[in-house]
Design a protein around this ligand. Structure first.
Ligand SMILES: O=C(O)COP(=O)(O)O
Ligand SMILES: [Mg+2]
Length: 230
């Protein structure tokens, strides 16, 4: 995997890569559904819908019960309810995946610069990174609404490369979904994927990436091994 040889920075995804946030989504979505008179749904159902930002999530959740016209009519009120309910519990039910902190420490110790790029709204992202002790690791953080386009568009990754003054080939993206991989491919960044997150119900093995790593710590080791060998 010589594509990792020149890597100087990493762009790391949030939901499904650093944090298991499905329990937060579950509480906020079901509170919203209750306010709209809809029955609760399961964590498993929600995991299939996370990763493409709030608008996509809310439309998918409402489409379980309603046709497109009714979804659009209720959308603004549903979004407001969802945002209020999510902010009330943001981070209370979510947990770090194994070896995330150790992985970030290892990446930093190797001299890599770190950015977090998520499709989560920035108003949810900033307090969540702080609460979980992740904020100090990242020089740059972009949420799903920080820029005109979100992943799988390459814009957020290209923006990080420009911020760091690095070429895309020098910046590895690490994520849990085809959304992250598509953005990386379109930007020209190498990409590593983790198998434990939310890949829209698809196997991570069917996603085009430069390698699957069990944890962020494994990602750090893999990147280091290519540095020493190159
Ligand atoms: O869609 C979301 O809200 C989260 O997505 P992420 O996997 O890009 O962090
Ligand atoms: Mg993700």
């Amino acid at each position: 995997m010589s594509v990792l040889a020149g890597v100087r920075a990493a762009i790391i995804d949030l939901d499904g890569t650093m944090l298991d946030t499905i329990p937060d989504f579950h509480v906020a979505i079901n509170a919203m559904r209750d306010e709209l008179g809809l029955a609760p749904i399961t964590q498993r159902q929600i995991a299939l819908m996370v990763g493409k930002g709030s608008e996509n999530l809310i439309r998918s959740v409402l489409s379980l019960d309603w046709d497109a016209e009714r979804v659009e009519a209720a959308f603004a009120a549903a979004m407001q309810s969802y945002q209020r309910n999510y902010l009330a519990i943001n981070g209370h039910h979510s947990t770090l995946f194994p070896d995330v902190i150790a992985g970030l420490e290892a990446l930093k110790a190797q001299g890599l610069r770190l950015a977090c790029v998520t499709n989560k709204p920035i108003a949810f992202t900033t307090p969540l990174l702080q609460l979980k002790g992740l904020a100090p690791f990242f020089e740059v953080v972009y949420g799903g609404d920080s820029l005109p386009r979100k992943k799988p568009d390459p814009l957020p990754l290209q923006t990080v490369c420009a911020d760091f003054g690095l070429r895309p080939a020098q910046v590895v993206a690490i994520g849990d979904s085809s959304n992250d991989a598509q953005a990386a491919r379109a930007a020209g960044c190498p990409v590593l994927t983790v198998p434990y997150g939310y890949n829209h119900g698809e196997s991570i093995h069917d996603t085009d990436s430069d390698g699957i790593v069990g944890t962020l710590l494994e990602a750090a080791s893999l990147i280091r091994s290519h540095h020493t060998n190159s």
